[in-house]
Design a protein around this ligand. Structure first.
Ligand SMILES: C[S@@+](CC[C@H](N)C(=O)[O-])C[C@H]1O[C@@H](n2cnc3c(N)ncnc32)[C@H](O)[C@@H]1O
Length: 337
């Protein structure tokens, strides 16, 4: 029986899609498939293709799974993740053949339009992952979103409209999505875009993220774990596009361990991880990453560990670094940025 769900945690960066689908075939992607009706129809109609639906919500994943099962297809999969993460981390340049975005969240209020999925940066990411000649299909019933998308596509060096206009307002013969049906019943105009990726090479703006060897530092400090815990204050650091925040420290029931909560933002990944300060049998402290929650050891985790190590070093004059594998200086006085 086909297992229709993919799990972000298990996917390599980038994914070998031929291995996932057990066959080489063009990769078609539906972003934000909602009810899954269109996704299942796409998998049925395009049996020659590998079809992937990506969604951020669990209820949509459940609906998509049901629809794929009911459709009796074997070429459809769903993944709970953001489209940005999927494209950036999991898709090698040029690997996607077609993208469908049906009725993306409109975020209509003035201050919220910056939350819209489709913007010049997202189009540049799509351009970096679509193959030359690949297609981008978008549908929306929100008139000012349609105008904004049209303006962004016209401005983009990477796409050409397949119509004489940026969009058309009729699309016969397509599987209608739930939001499309609601819009049509309400008498709203739907705007349909089909743009083709041209051969202009994409700028190298979205490198596939890297996993690093398990980052850690080993220090000598004259302080006890309790003294370290009692002196903790929230920490934060920034390097290039990575932002880390360490707001809280927890004392473990075990006497040799402290746990520090860390929030790490590094596009396209955001992680909340636990960092450990562990007293080893030889009296040294190991600062590393807790395996709780299966974190990805990324450059952001390296920065978070360096931030914690630098703070620990700043607490006592005769603290000494014995070993570390971080790409940062641990001297608290050094500005690494
Ligand atoms: C307005 S609904 C449209 C659903 C469906 N496409 C339709 O036309 O009926 C937008 C969907 O996009 C999903 N979504 C929003 N942002 C997303 C993102 N960054 N990546 C993947 N899905 C996203 C939402 O969870 C929601 O289900």
């Amino acid at each position: 029986m086909t297992n229709f769900e993919l799990y972000a945690r298990e996917l390599a960066w980038p994914v070998d899609w031929t291995a996932v689908y057990h066959r080489p075939a063009p990769l078609l992607l539906e972003i934000g498939f909602g009810g899954g009706h269109f996704l299942a129809g796409l998998a049925q109609q395009r049996s020659e293709a590998n079809v992937l639906g990506v969604e951020i919500t669990r209820p949509s994943i459940r609906r998509g799974l049901k629809k794929l099962q009911a459709a009796g297809v074997t070429n459809g999969r769903v993944l709970q993740a953001s489209a940005e993460y999927l494209l950036w981390a999991c898709c090698a340049p040029g690997v996607v053949r077609e993208v469908f975005i049906n009725f993306p969240d409109p975020w209509p209020k003035g201050k919220q339009t910056h939350r819209r999925l489709i913007n010049p940066r997202f189009l540049a990411l799509l351009a970096a992952r679509l193959s030359a000649g690949g297609l981008l299909h978008i549908a929306t019933d929100v008139a000012d979103y349609a105008q904004a998308i049209a303006a962004d596509l016209v401005q983009s060096p990477y796409f050409e409209s397949l119509f004489e206009t940026p969009f058309v307002t009729q699309a016969d013969g397509r599987v209608r999505t739930k939001y499309e049906q609601l819009a049509l019943v309400a008498g709203s105009t739907c705007h349909y875009f089909t743009w083709q990726r041209n051969a202009v090479p994409a700028a190298d703006e979205f490198p596939i993220p890297q996993e690093t060897p398990m980052p850690h530092a080993i220090l000598y400090s004259p302080l006890s774990l309790l003294e370290i815990a009692n002196r903790f204050t929230p920490l934060h650091d920034t390097a290039a596009d990575i932002h880390v925040r360490l707001p809280m420290l927890f004392k473990s029931q075990q006497e040799h361990l402290l746990l520090v909560e860390a929030y790490i933002n590094e596009e396209p990944i955001s992680q909340r991880v636990g960092l450990l300060i562990k007293r080893r049998a030889d009296g040294h402290y190991l600062i590393g990453l807790s395996e709780m929650g299966f974190p990805w050891p990324t450059p952001g985790v390296q920065l978070a560990i360096a931030c914690l190590a630098r703070w620990l070093i700043s607490l006592a004059a005769d603290t000494a670094v014995r070993h570390h594998n971080l790409p940062y200086s641990l001297d608290p006085k050094t500005d690494h940025r």
